[in-house]
Design a protein around this ligand. Structure first.
Ligand code: ATP
Ligand code: MG
Length: 372
C-alpha cells in the first residue's frame, strides 16, 4: 500500500513562501494530477515528494513511512522531467539501464528489465541509438522507460509532454494513462494543461499561487467531472474548461430570483438560499459556454435570454465559438457547427440554461451552499 500524504506541509525558497499548510492524500495506485497556473508550486510539491526539496514545516509520508528526512534515493520513487534529462553519449539501452546499474543490480536482471520496458514502450528498434538520433516522442519514451525499469512504489511526472507537438501529446497522454493503469503504481502527474488534467487523472488537485489562493495552494481536489460540474470556487471554475466559464454580477431579490441588468433570472433549485441569497445580496453567476444556446430554448420554457452584438466567431468545424457583448457583460457561447444566421457585427440572442448557473459569493469567491 503506497499512498502519499502531505501533512501541513509548508515550503519557502529563501524566505519566500511557495507552499503553505498543504494537506493532501494521494491514494494507493491512484493517478493524481496536480494542475494549476505557472508558479503555483506544482513542481515544488512534486519535488517535495521526491525529496529534492525539504519542507520548512510539516511532514510527507509515502506508504506507512514518514519520509520527510529520507534521502531521495531511499524513497523508492522515480521521476520523469519535462526536459527528459537523458545522457547524450549513452545509447537508449544504457540510458534506460542507468538507474539500475548505479544500484548495482545483476546484469542479467537489468537486461531483462530493459527488454521488458522496451517492448512495453515500442523502443526495441532503437536500443542502440543515442538520444540525438531519436524524435521527441521517442526520447520521452526513453525517459519513461528509465522510470519504469526501477519498478518504484511511486511515479512522479513533471509536465512530461510539454515538449511534444499536439498530436504526439494526445497519443502519449493516452499511453501514459494506459500504462499507469496496467502497472497500478501510485502516480502524481504535474501539468498546467487542463485537458491533460481532465483526461488522465483519477482525481485532480487544483493548485493556486498563495496570493491568488488567499493564502492557500489547494483550491479543490476530486474527480475530474466533480470539479468541472461543481467547482468549489471561482478559481477552479475559471481554470477548468475552455473557453472558460462566463461570469456576471447579479443581486438577489430574496424570492429565489436574481436581478441583473433589468432582467430577472431564476436561481437553480439546488441552492440552499439562506443569508447568501437574502434580498439585496450580490451574487457572482457563472455559466459555461456550452450551456448557452442560440435563440430560444428547445423543448422547454424558461432559460435566461440575453441579446448582444457578435464580436468574434471562431468556426472550428466541429463547433462554433461566439463572443458576444451583452448588457450583462461579455458572453462566450459554444454552439453547434451548423449554428447559422450568426454574423460578426450583428445582434444575436442567446438563452443561458438557468438550471446550469453556478453561484458564488463575490467576496470570498466560494460556491454558495447547495443541497444535492
Ligand atoms: N530554486 C528556487 N529558488 C527560489 N524560488 C523558486 C525556486 N524554484 C521555484 N521557485 C519559485 O517558487 C514558485 C513555485 O515554483 P514551481 O516551480 O513549483 O511552480 P510551478 O507550478 O511548477 O510552475 P510552472 O508551471 O511554471 O512549472 C515560483 O514563484 C518560483 O519562482
Ligand atoms: Mg513546474
Amino acid at each position: 500500500m503506497t499512498g502519499i500524504s502531505f501533512k501541513s506541509v509548508s515550503m519557502a525558497y529563501d524566505g519566500v513562501r511557495v507552499v503553505e499548510g498543504l494537506d493532501l492524500e494521494v491514494q494507493d495506485r491512484e493517478f493524481m494530477v496536480f494542475v494549476g497556473p505557472s508558479g503555483c508550486g506544482k513542481s515544488t510539491a512534486l519535488r517535495l515528494i521526491a525529496g529534492l526539496e525539504r519542507p520548512t514545516s510539516g511532514d510527507i509520508h509515502i506508504g506507512a513511512r514518514n519520509v520527510t528526512q529520507v534521502e531521495p534515493k531511499d524513497r523508492d520513487v522515480a521521476m520523469v522531467f519535462q526536459s527528459y534529462a537523458l545522457y547524450p553519449h549513452m545509447s537508449v539501452a544504457e540510458n534506460i539501464a542507468f538507474g539500475l546499474k548505479v544500484r548495482k543490480m545483476p546484469a542479467d536482471e537489468i537486461a531483462a528489465r530493459v527488454k521488458e520496458a522496451a517492448e512495453l514502450l515500442g523502443l526495441q528498434k532503437y536500443l542502440d541509438r543515442t538520444p540525438r538520433q531519436l524524435s521527441g516522442g521517442q526520447r520521452q519514451r526513453v525517459a519513461l522507460g528509465r522510470a519504469l525499469v526501477r519498478r518504484p512504489s511511486v511515479f512522479l511526472f513533471d509536465e512530461p509532454l510539454s515538449n511534444l507537438d499536439a498530436e504526439l501529446r494526445g497519443v502519449m497522454r493516452a499511453e501514459i494513462a494506459k500504462l499507469q493503469r496496467r502497472l497500478a503504481t501510485t502516480t502524481v502527474y504535474v501539468t498546467h494543461d487542463q485537458v491533460e488534467a481532465m483526461t488522465m487523472g483519477d482525481r485532480i488537485a487544483v493548485l493556486a499561487p498563495l496570493d491568488r489562493g488567499k493564502g492557500r495552494n489547494l483550491m479543490q481536489v476530486g474527480a475530474p467531472l466533480a470539479l468541472y460540474d461543481r467547482p468549489a470556487n471561482v478559481f477552479v471554475a475559471k481554470f477548468l474548461g475552455a473557453p472558460r466559464m462566463n461570469f456576471f454580477s447579479a443581486v438577489s431579490n430574496g424570492d429565489r430570483t436574481l436581478a441583473c441588468a433589468g432582467l430577472s433570472l431564476d436561481i437553480p433549485t439546488t441552492y440552499v438560499g439562506g443569508s447568501a441569497l437574502a434580498p439585496g445580496k450580490s451574487v457572482l453567476v457563472g455559466i459555461r459556454p456550452e450551456h448557452c444556446t442560440l435563440g430560444a430554448f428547445d423543448g422547454r420554457p424558461g432559460g435566461f435570454v440575453v441579446s448582444g452584438l457578435v464580436d468574434i466567431l471562431e468556426t472550428l468545424g466541429h463547433e462554433t465559438i461566439a463572443y458576444l457583448s451583452t448588457p450583462i457583460g461579455p458572453i462566450v457561447a459554444k454552439l453547434p457547427a451548423g449554428a447559422t444566421g450568426l454574423k460578426v457585427g450583428e445582434n444575436a440572442t442567446l438563452t443561458l440554461d438557468d438550471r446550469r448557473f453556478h453561484l458564488f459569493d463575490p467576496e470570498t469567491e466560494a460556491r454558495l451552499a447547495e443541497r444535492l
